[in-house]
Design a binder for this molecule. Sequence first.
Ligand SMILES: Nc1ncnc2c1ncn2[C@@H]1O[C@H](COP(=O)(O)OP(=O)(O)OP(=O)(O)O)[C@@H](O)[C@H]1O
Ligand SMILES: [Mg+2]
Length: 450
Amino acid sequence: MPEFKKKLDDMVPSEIVRSLDEYVVGQDEAKRTIAIAIRNRVRRKRLPEEVRDEVTPKNILMIGPTGVGKTEIARRIAKLANAPFIKVEATKYTEVGYVGRDVESMVRDLAAASISMVREEMAGQKEEEVEHRVEERLLDLLLPTLPKDSSTEIAAADTREKFRNMLRSGVFEEKEVEMPVDMKTHLGFEVMGSGGSMEEIQQALNSLGSMFSSSGRQKTRKLTVKRAREILHEEEMDKVIDPDKAVDEAIERAEEMGIIFIDEIDKVASRNSNSNSDVSREGVQRDILPIVEGTKVSTKWGVVDTTNILFIAAGAFSFAKPSDLIPELQGRFPLRVELKDLTGEDFYRILTEPQNAITKQYKALLSTEGVEVTFTDEALHEIAQIAHDVNQSNDNIGARRLYTVMEKLLEELAFSADELSGQKVDITKDYVRKRLSDIVEDQDLSKYIL
Ligand SMILES: Nc1ncnc2c1ncn2[C@@H]1O[C@H](COP(=O)(O)OP(=O)(O)OP(=O)(O)O)[C@@H](O)[C@H]1O
Ligand SMILES: [Mg+2]
């Protein structure tokens, strides 16, 4: 791991590929294409303006069977990206009532992502100042305001420093304090969680805001110090950031460096539009078209021009073909990359290599119960082989098969882990065979279980 995260803008293609390698096994061609596309945007930014306007990004279409890493690549790019990035599912726009209206929301979401990214960055530069202010405000909440005559002043300052040390050591974390909370900004996110787009949440918040506005938007609440700190941190962050500068920077970044990943594009592809749902799917394609082509979308922060946004679309295309997309849309995705079916050897690597590899996850989970699990190399090969075989004999669901196989393999262990606390468990080839071979051999059974 690099010591500090390099910004995506500063990464050359080989570095982008290498960081993708930490999570995604194989699929080199797709990684290369995306890395080049991302790098080209940085190159473009360095061109003189007359030339720059001529160079628009080449959008990418990723094609590959289910469960081979399309979405995973997107997810990893998102984590790397200090470029504004969002991922949407094309199917989302086919829901009744959404057609035609809401496709532009992807651009608004991108702008929102850009805004919060720029805000974080700007606040990061003033992190010390923000933390200091938050600490002072927490101390104000914790300390009863002492009368300010000169005899008590020194004692008060003394107490404050004592409290400061205690606060820093963490003893107050669960203590409750009372503070006024702005209902509009802080209530909504708790209630609504992460469902819905940022735009939808924002709309809901606005209506919540008006709901409360008659009774005043601030309400005194009892909160733990821990929670209060989070809220105060937000509030202080707002104060140190110049909002106009943040918005200008964010809009420019969304326009010049933004990446929109449209997943499940194949689900809106279909040629012969004779049923209702086909019409709606084709409608989605027609709606996406101008956005990919370059249009101006108004957001609450201002107008975003989509001409230079990079679009990466992905789909399994197991039923529909890329040629089933409407021709205009096909033409907007000139770069095609095909992701390959994964081999047994790939499966073996997926089990062990990625930073978040599935065997690492199970080990970590079971270690919380005091059980130390190890997998022998032979066992891992056996698991990979079984997953591969089941994919051949039943539906091919790609690497997702590893999850069902592992789940079944470790079911008993997971169930009785508490009784095994303090022990070491070796998963050997025999163990794998014993747990799984009956199921694998029985076709009908494996259809249900694996
Ligand atoms: N090449 C790979 N390397 C590492 N993990 C992978 C790879 N391919 C798939 N996986 C794992 O398998 C799961 C499914 O992969 P992913 O979501 O990328 O599938 P997909 O290609 O988008 O399929 P679909 O077309 O069904 O959406 C993920 O949890 C992912 O971590
Ligand atoms: Mg996917």
